[in-house]
Each structure stands twice: as C-alpha cells, then as structure tokens.
Write a protein that binds this ligand. Structure first.
Ligand code: HEC
Length: 458
C-alpha cells in the first residue's frame, strides 16, 4: 500500500528545481530547495510550527502556560511525543499529543484533533471541552499541511527521516465551512431529500427512512454527493440484505425514530437494523465521493434504500436536521468493474461476564481477487478497539483499519485499492469490555455485540 511507504523526494518537478537553481528564474524555488534535505519533522517545524504556532506556544507566552505546550524547535519534538495532553478531557479520553504507533495513533492524537479543521463540526459537537481548533484565531492549516502532518503521524512520527512528500505542501486549499444548501438534482441519477425535522435541545435524534427508486431497470452509480444541515452526526445509506423478506420491509417514506419520547429504543425500528448492509455515507457536512475510474455500484431494478440520519443537539434551542443525497448514474456501457459489497460478519462471538479487554479474532480469506476501496466497521457499545490487518501477500501483517469508536467508526477509503489475491485476506481483531455479570453474544440488541467489517470492492 502506498500510504505507508516512505516517499523520497524523487518527484521530477522538485529535481528540476534543484538542477536549475543557479539561474535567475529559479529564485522563487529556493525556499523549497532548502527543504529538500530536511527531515519531515524539520519541515513541519520550520514551515508550520515556526510560522503558525510559536507566537503563542513559546516559553514565557501566557498562551503557552495555559496550554502547557511549547513548539519551538529546541523542545517541540519532546513536547509532543507520547505526552498526555494538558487538556483534562482529552487526557481522560486516553489521548496523547502524538503517539508512536503510526496509523493506530492517529485517532488517539490530540494534536491531530486540534488541527484537523476538516472535522471541525465533530470536534466542537462531540468534544466541547477540547478547546479551540488551532491555530487559535487564525486561518486553519492548509489541506496540504494537514496531509503532510497526517502522513508523518501515520509513519510513526519519526524525528529524523523523510516520510511525507514535499509536494503535498503545494496544496494550499483550506477548509471553509460552507453554508448548507440544496444539492442540484443530478443530470443522470436520483436525489433523496430528508425534509427538515426538529431536534429539540439536549435531544439525540436518529431516524431511518426507507425510500424506493422506482427504477424499472438496473442502474449503475459511480458518484455520491451528500449535503447536511449543520449539527449532523452522520448520514448513512443502507440496503437490506437477503435475510429480510420483502413483506417485512418498513413502509416507504415513513420516518422511523430510533428513540421514543422517553429515550428508549423503539423495538420495531431496531428490528430492521440487523438486515442492513452499508452502502455509503459520511460524517462530514458535505461529501462528494467518486468511485474509482470505471467502477460503479449496480443497483437492481425496483430497488430501495434505508436512509439513516443522526443529529445531536447539545444547545438550548431547537435545531433542524435536513439532508440531500444524490446518486449519480452512468450507462452500463461505461462500467468496467461492478463494485460489490463486502460484508464480513463474525457471528460466533462469546464475551464472558466480568472481562475487560477480551479479544476476538476472525480471519477472512478471499476466494477471488478483490480490489478493496472502502472499509467500515460495525460493533456495539462494548467494543473498545476494532483492528483489521492484511493477511498474506506483500502487505502481510499491516494494519489497514482501526477505530476506537464503536458509534462513529471512520469510513476508510483506499486509493489505489487494497488488492487481495485469492488466498489472502483480512484478520479482524476486536476488543470488548464486558464489566456486566452476563456474558455477551452476537445479537441485534444494544446489549448484544457484533463484529462486522463492511466494505466495497471490485
Ligand atoms: C493565538 C495563540 C495560539 C496560536 C497561534 C496557537 N495556539 Fe495552540 N493553544 C493556544 C491556547 C490558548 C491553548 C489552550 C486552550 C485550547 O486548547 O483551546 C492551545 C492549546 C493547544 C493544544 C492542546 C495542548 C494540550 O496539551 O492540551 C495543541 C495541541 C495546540 N494548541 C497546538 C497548536 C498548533 C499546532 C498551532 C499552530 C498550528 C497552535 N496551537 C497555534 C493558543 C494558540
């Protein structure tokens, strides 16, 4: 997988800049030239910390005292590595400023939480006690800077060595919160619209709506766009698998609330959840996802989807939830590969009573070549960690998916796809805490557990 490999600065354009550095025209390129011999961390220091952070995070500055963090070159690396955050809530959540476990450290990095502007909505909604997005009171870091830092953390956050391409820094786009607006109806495709619904103060409202496409023929989807009114936790599109007889499908168009007025689960709504296969979705207010070139997802004739929207209102006044989702279609003649759903479900789970950190391991072996371009885990509230490792082939043993968040696991995309040859596969390792006096098994209820890896491949 490209992501984890060390990238040397052999990019032709940079070499050209080096070769041409004596000439007049190349003056502009000189700063870049200086960076070529620096380690990735030295680049982060000189290009990011020194420019955007040390005005506050330097010895003697009151902001530095308040945050307990110094980012000047003499100490910044020690200040960040394996340090428990000064922020009490983040420390209690088990975060470190930066850990050394690479990809597994990213979701536990408080530094990453604090700078990742693209996830700003979640940051403020889920963790109001985490303080502000950094740099405080200034423009967000550019997407290039963020990607550069992300790759550095994923490579184990080394102090020396080059683990991210300088080319990334040329991306100077920044996250700009866009006001919610209706998506244009696709020229070829379908639009779903979840009409505004009220979420009262302090309320957690999660709804499902089953919508039919009324498509006479199969269709091929190669792009999905989603736009959500702010405050959304997630929007997911599911389909029902074969386990559900058609006569048990929920009524079309009806809003099914997961919680009733006294905040208890509605059993009839829970019933359908066990037949869901994940199709697509996002936790970000806006998504525009293109399937890999030539790849499309086939939707059989006369099909329907179960739409799932979840809003949490931590404020003191009503908010409105609202979602648009576009499925863009292409003619069958343009489809080279039909995407298929990956659904690896281990229903043989047994978690004894009064056990913490109980690990369940399950191997999936591919019977055909699979180009996996999306992964997404599913488990219930006892799950503390969900890891997926590659089995066999050149990536053998590599961690390809991780989450510590049972409720909102990330949807991970692979570009280029992860290739599994027949006989290779995934090892799922899920860890559960069960402090109760009842053992846990596979099951649908929130008091049961699950261990599912969803994905998409061709
Ligand atoms: C204008 C001053 C200012 C600037 C500029 C600034 N910060 Fe901060 N930073 C603060 C303050 C104040 C806090 C404590 C309050 C908070 O967390 O919101 C803080 C807290 C932090 C924390 C949490 C530390 C902990 O252990 O709790 C991190 C990480 C951080 N900043 C990183 C950065 C980075 C990286 C940059 C540059 C990209 C940056 N800051 C720029 C003022 C600043």
């Amino acid at each position: 997988m490209k992501r984890m490999k060390i990238i040397f600065y052999s990019i032709p354009s940079l070499l050209l800049l080096m070769v041409g550095c004596n000439t007049e025209e190349s003056k502009i390129a000189e700063p870049n030239n200086d960076l070529v011999n620096l380690s990735t961390y030295e680049v982060i220091q000189t290009e990011i910390w020194d420019q955007s952070c040390i005005s506050c995070h330097m010895t003697g500055a009151s902001y530095a005292n308040q945050s307990g963090l110094i980012l000047t070159a003499d100490v910044s690396y020690e200040q960040l590595m394996n340090r428990v955050p000064n922020n009490v809530a983040a420390a209690e959540d088990g975060l470190l400023l930066v850990g050394e476990e690479g990809y597994a450290s990213l979701p536990k990095s408080f530094l990453w939480e604090k700078i990742n502007a693209n996830d700003m909505d979640h940051f403020y909604q889920d963790h109001p006690e985490y303080g502000a997005i950094m740099p405080l009171g200034d423009d967000f870091l550019t997407n290039g800077e963020l990607e550069f830092i992300r790759q550095w953390i994923e490579a184990g956050a080394p102090e020396t060595g080059q683990v991210a391409s300088l080319e990334l820094l040329t991306n100077e786009a920044r996250y700009t919160p866009t006001p919610f607006e209706a998506l244009a109806v696709p020229e070829s495709g379908y639009q779903f619209h979840i009409e505004p619904f009220t979420v009262g103060p302090g309320m957690d409202r999660e709804i499902f709506i089953y919508e039919k496409l009324d498509n006479a023929e199969p269709i091929y989807v190669n792009r999905v766009e989603i736009a959500m009114q702010s405050g959304s936790h997630h929007f997911l599109i599911y389909q029902f698998n074969n386990g559900l007889s058609t006569f048990l499908y929920p009524p079309e168009g009806a809003t099914r609330d997961v919680y009733d007025a006294s905040d208890n689960y509605v059993e009839s709504v829970l019933f359908h959840l066990q037949f869901h296969d994940f199709v697509t979705g996002t936790q970000w207010p806006k998504m525009d996802y293109h399937y890999p070139e030539g790849v499309a997802f086939k939707i059989p004739a006369d099909f329907g989807f179960d739409l799932n929207s979840h809003y949490v209102n931590k404020g003191t006044e009503d908010i409105e939830g609202e979602v648009y989702a576009n499925l863009h279609t292409v003619p069958e003649s343009e489809v080279v590969h039909v995407a298929k759903l990956l659904d690896i479900n281990n229903d043989d789970i047994y978690i004894p009573a009064n056990t913490l950190q109980h690990k369940v391991v399950y191997d999936f072996i591919a019977e055909e070549e699979m180009n996996v371009f999306q992964l997404f885990s599913h488990a219930h509230s006892n799950m503390t960690e969900f890891r997926v490792y590659a089995v066999g082939g050149e990536n053998d043993g590599e961690l390809v998916y991780i989450t510590y968040d049972w409720e909102h696991p990330p949807i991970k995309e692979f570009d280029p796809p992860l290739v599994l040859e027949s006989g290779q596969g995934f090892r799922l390792e899920t860890t559960y805490d069960n402090p109760s006096s009842n053992s846990l098994r596979f099951g649908l209820r929130s008091t049961d557990e699950m261990m599912i890896l969803f994905g998409a491949y061709y």
